[in-house]
Design a protein around this ligand. Structure first.
Ligand code: IMP
Ligand code: MG
Length: 215
């Protein structure tokens, strides 16, 4: 089985909230039929932006005696968090939570279950929740992650996302650090998956389904 990966033929100027453009394609082996994956944000563009986010966090938390805890949301944020902490130039701890993905029923009942809680206490720590992608906002809102961290005496709680799809938002979410804004696209790579595949792609790719009704 083959799918198409498109790669930029020259370096794209990528800064702040812009995403790349598709310039040319090459074919690559794949196990899943019915779609193509197109490179959208290159590994080097991601790294450049992660460096900027790390620098911003470093300067926003200047008191190195105050513990700073980054909380990654499994599994999609793992690669982003791993790169981000290496660009934060001050002491930092990290931990992970896992939350259930929502279905229609859980959304209407306003519930997203926390499947794995933090290992350590957040009391007296500044906390940054690190997410791969902010889409509808329902997961963050209905997992009550921010509220639960505040209730457990975190000194402060902020949110950092690699990708933001503002057009898809259904509930407001206050984001302090944002890597890239993208349109209403389904993306994979750099930790993000489609049916558990593609998390290991070094870039962010856009999935185009052969059947427009599939998503
Ligand atoms: P939200 O609750 O709609 O904001 O979505 C949050 C979660 O859905 C993200 O953390 C991802 O795990 C997943 N998700 C949303 N959009 C995408 C995507 O385009 N590709 C892969 N996962 C996604
Ligand atoms: Mg996620």
């Amino acid at each position: 089985m083959w799918f198409t990966i498109s790669v930029p033929s020259r370096q794209q100027p990528l800064n702040g909230n812009r995403t790349g453009h598709i310039l040319e394609t090459k074919k690559q082996e794949c196990e899943l039929p019915g779609h193509t994956v197109t490179e959208m944000i290159s590994a080097s563009a991601i790294l450049a932006r992660v460096e900027e986010l790390g620098a911003a966090i470093t300067s926003d938390y200047p008191d190195s005696t105050r513990p700073l805890l980054l909380v990654g949301v499994l599994k999609g944020a793992t690669l982003f968090l791993a790169d981000l902490v290496r660009h934060i130039n001050r002491p930092v701890e990290f931990d992970f939570v896992a939350v259930s993905s929502y279905g229609a029923a859980t959304v209407s009942s306003g519930e997203v279950r926390v499947l794995k809680d933090l290992d350590a206490s957040v009391s007296g720590k500044d906390v940054i929740i690190v997410e791969d992608i902010l889409d509808t906002g329902l997961t963050l809102r209905f997992s009550y992650l921010v509220e639960s961290l505040r209730a457990r005496n975190a000194l402060s709680v902020r949110i950092c996302v690699l990708l933001d799809k503002p057009r898809r938002r259904r509930v407001p979410v206050d984001v302090s650090y944002r890597g890239f804004e993208i349109g209403d696209l389904f993306v994979v790579g750099y930790g993000m998956d489609y049916a558990e595949r593609y998390r290991n792609l070094p870039y962010v790719g856009c999935v185009q389904f052969d059947d427009p009704d599939v998503r």
